[in-house]
Design a protein around this ligand. Structure first.
Ligand SMILES: [Cu+2]
Length: 186
């Protein structure tokens, strides 16, 4: 191939070449990327990041009137080379929050148990908190989650630290409407 890297770089840079300096070009490029990133954060993907950890589509469900607990779900992806651990979660709608695992006991009954140690997120892997599986349990609710609204929460990872996120609230029993959020290439 006679195609050189320098030529390819010039070809990429040429639409920006009417700007005077390299600094100016980099500035414009950076601004454009930042804008695209900001838009994708807020409008489409509903993703959050902290260090090597990516959090995709945190959501909750509207609860029946008088409910004392609500569930939260999200996908956590670890793009790093070291295992991490989701150790705690909090949400503004609840006085207390636990990380739960749903399991079938030896009598075939579905039970929930709190995971005191949190959930390991393997290096290069992902874990989904979803209905009938791992989930966040908002307890002693201060405020009932309402469909179409969202509420703030925080996730704390052993290595990556703490990140503020937003849970969007779906209709009661609306889990299947979130199939469209599975197209993240994982
Ligand atoms: Cu639970």
């Amino acid at each position: 191939m006679s195609f050189s890297t320098g030529g390819a770089l010039r070809a990429i840079a040429s639409p920006l070449s009417r700007f005077r300096s390299v600094e100016e070009r980099i500035g414009i490029l950076g601004f454009t990327l930042a804008l695209v990133f900001a838009m994708s954060q807020s409008l489409w993907a509903h993703e959050f990041k902290v260090a090597d950890i990516e959090i995709v589509h945190p959501w909750s469900r509207e609860t029946p009137a008088g409910a004392k607990v609500a569930a939260g779900y999200l996908l956590v992806r670890n793009n790093g080379t070291e295992d991490d651990r989701l150790v705690s979660v909090s949400g503004e709608i609840a006085n207390r929050t636990e990380i739960h695992e749903m399991a079938v006991d030896d009598k075939g009954v579905m039970t929930m148990r709190p995971l005191g140690e949190g959930i390991e997120i393997p290096a290069g892997g992902e874990v989904e908190l979803k209905p009938r599986s791992y989930h966040v349990m908002f307890m002693d609710l201060r405020q009932a989650p309402k469909q179409g609204e969202s509420f703030a929460g925080t996730l704390t990872f052993e290595k990556a630290g703490t990140v503020d996120i937003e849970f969007s609230v779906d209709a009661m029993g609306g889990a299947s409407t979130h199939m469209d959020h599975d197209d993240h290439g994982g």
